[in-house]
Ligand binder design. Sequence first.
Ligand SMILES: C[S@@+](CC[C@H](N)C(=O)[O-])C[C@H]1O[C@@H](n2cnc3c(N)ncnc32)[C@H](O)[C@@H]1O
Length: 225
Amino acid sequence: MRSALRLSALSLIVVVGLQAVLLAQRKHPVSGRVIAPVMGVAGAGWLERPEREDEEQTSRAVAALKLRSGMVVADIGAGSGYYTVRMARAVGAEGRVYATDIQQGMLDIITRRLTRDRLPQIIPVLSGEDDPKLPPAVLDLALMVDVYHELAEPQAFIRRLKASLKPDGRLVLVEFRKEDPSVPIRPEHKMSVAQVRQELGADGFDIAEVIDVLPWQHIIVLKAR
Ligand SMILES: C[S@@+](CC[C@H](N)C(=O)[O-])C[C@H]1O[C@@H](n2cnc3c(N)ncnc32)[C@H](O)[C@@H]1O
């Protein structure tokens, strides 16, 4: 009896371990890129580190988005809301910022923040791995900072996100430059322009502009075909 229990416990460990390996090695079906694991809520402090402005020049990234008062935008994979609050100030009280994440813990941080900073134009949204859960044809811009490479179901997710963009809406990816080995980030958390062109091209997007003004990251602006 005891040895049977030990055996089933062992097989459970093997199955769970195998699943973890398979999940860790999930690949994009078009490019074969290894999909990165999701950053947990424990990483929220790193997203808010004071040196982020210096290291990533985040103000410059926000300026490059050319946001205007009254725009409706989304911060997809918003994490702790670092970019969400900056976008909310740029679109103002007349605008709207959907802050989406798959982790309720991240959305809890954002909810506390929007109450404290009185930014009611922020709408937290719990999205699914394959669905941003946003209304159709509302977005002037969807921003994904350091998120696209974590999407577990990139094709289904991007297809649904595309339906939430207005006809002239922009999808903007900010990704650590894979082409540059001196950028101090693990390889699976980086993307090259060629990878974005290949993967998003297959999802019906063209690169409209690559804005390379940041120390470590590409800003890649895409438009639906
Ligand atoms: C590295 S963090 C970046 C957070 C934020 N964009 C920033 O730069 O401060 C990546 C975030 O994307 C979220 N994420 C991963 N897959 C997602 C998906 N399919 N939909 C929404 N959020 C997702 C994770 O939960 C995590 O909070």
